[in-house]
Design a binder for this molecule. Structure first.
Ligand code: CMC
Length: 426
């Protein structure tokens, strides 16, 4: 709904640009009228661009607020299970008892992957990064599901979301097992979503009685919830962009996994641990901080494009981190180093002036390490959790008319010139 108009004057022409109010947050200026003006808008990094309208997630970076379908993230993480949050992301409301039972049952029915999919794993070198495997095998799901792909059809939408959410823990655990040279473990449908993932990760055929610890299971479930969705971040925007061409939804999720992999995004949790390895001991922190201040390196797990106060996910994650470390009695010098680094950074004017606070990935890396999850799996776990957000955004896009995403550019290359034959080129 256009409430009022902004006016833009270029080359003496005035254009009326409608201002549109959402239910929360900054209004937007609809710049479609620029089409007639002979100009494009220019916004590298999409810092002030809202390419979509969405009802799923709201972030107020200044207040440090994150709402999924209106519910604050801390309440969801502390009181709901991940699959309930996934249901809410997909359907707009938290499930009632009957809907919850039905949804959980449907997820359980789809945890197994086609046996032929195992062959894809064998194509990877044994030391392949699990994220490389995930990009491949999730993309490969598109070769298994040719039916039920009309995402404007309610049944097709549901089965696609359920297949993806149900199979991600299985594929994630398989990518780990493969890298360890251990046999794949079949899912156990008597376990909860988080328990099942831990079981498939840590049980072996020689120890099928593996029972996930309660504190660890709850922490894992919270990690899933805290990573479930985050508005129009780089990977979600990638999923939407890929989906806007009408591409197979499983391939679109693989595109999201690729975008998530980078250290500026989901790869940060792995990068935090690599950074701690590089620093080594607490005595080396001041020298490392000097490198950060001279822009030689970034302090991984700190800062966020949207949160300029604190990351509300990090707050819950820190509490969970304390619980897990205490419950497991972990005494790892790497974790002590992380805590020392956090304290020093929080008191340093460089970080205070730039509003740089620990983000979700700073603490999630520490928890995952304490649980015994190898560093290379950290981003895979992020991808597993973010799948519910990605598919919710893809389905939201497909529930209304949408356009192919096709940005323009500011061209600064060569101007038109004549072709030169190879023998005449300098
Ligand atoms: N360490 C040191 N300096 C930093 C950091 C950092 N982690 N992050 C930002 N800065 C500085 C940056 O150098 C700049 O300083 P100046 O203006 O003096 O040049 C200022 O802070 C503003 O930074 P920016 O690059 O404009 O911020 P951005 O919004 O483009 O980047 C970010 C956001 C997340 C990419 C960045 O903070 C970063 O690279 N952090 C480390 C990686 C990380 O932890 N990523 C996970 C994000 S949370 C998980 C997720 O949602 O994906």
């Amino acid at each position: 709904m256009a409430d009022t108009n902004a006016k833009l004057t270029v080359n003496g022409e005035e254009y009326e640009l409608p201002i549109i109010e959402g239910t929360l947050g900054r209004p937007v200026i609809d710049v479609a009228a620029l089409q007639e003006s002979g100009f494009w808008s220019y916004d590298p990094g999409f810092k002030v661009t809202a390419p979509v309208e969405s009802k799923i997630t709201y972030i107020d970076g200044g207040k440090g607020e994150l709402l999924h379908r209106g519910y604050p993230i801390d309440e969801l993480a502390n009181h709901a299970e991940y699959l309930e949050v996934a249901y809410a992301l997909l359907n707009g409301e938290l499930p009632n008892a009957e809907q919850k039972a039905d949804f959980f049952e449907k997820i359980r029915e789809h945890t197994a992957v086609h046996d032929q999919l195992r062959k894809f794993f064998e194509g990877f070198r044994r030391d392949a990064h699990p994220m490389a495997i995930m990009v491949g095998v999730v993309g490969a799901l598109s070769a298994f599901y040719h039916d039920n792909l009309d995402l404007s059809n309610e049944e097709h939408r549901e089965i696609t979301a359920i297949r993806l959410i149900a199979k991600m823990p299985t594929l994630a655990a398989m990518s780990y097992k493969y890298s360890q040279g251990e046999p794949f473990m079949y899912p156990r449908n008597d376990f909860s979503y988080a328990e099942n993932f831990l079981y498939m990760m840590f049980a072996t055929p020689a120890d099928v009685d593996y029972e996930p610890n309660d504190v660890v299971t709850r922490a894992m479930d919270k990690i899933f919830t805290l990573h479930a969705d985050h508005e129009q971040n780089a990977s979600t925007s990638t999923v939407r962009l890929a989906g806007s061409t009408g591409a197979n939804p499983y391939a679109c999720i693989a595109a999201g996994i690729a975008a998530l992999w980078g250290p500026s995004h989901g790869g940060a949790n792995e990068a935090v641990l690599e950074m701690l390895d590089e620093i080594g001991t607490v005595e080396n922190v001041p020298a490392f901080m000097e490198k950060v201040k001279s822009r030689e390196v970034k302090l991984m797990g700190f800062g966020h494009r949207v949160y300029k106060n604190f990351d509300p996910r990090a707050k819950v994650m820190k509490e969970t981190c304390d619980e897990v470390l205490e419950a497991l009695g972990v005494n790892d010098p790497k974790l002590e180093l992380a805590m020392a680094l956090e304290k020093i950074a929080l008191e340093d004017p460089f970080f205070i002036e730039r509003n740089l606070y620990p983000n979700v990935d700073f603490y999630s890396g520490i928890i995952l390490k304490a649980i015994g999850i190898p560093t290379s799996m950290f981003t895979v776990i992020f991808a597993l959790a973010r799948t519910s957000g990605w598919i919710s955004h893809l389905l939201e896009m497909h529930s209304a008319p949408y356009k192919i995403g096709r940005p323009r550019q500011l061209y600064t290359g060569e101007t038109r010139r004549d072709f030169v034959k190879v023998e005449d080129r300098k």
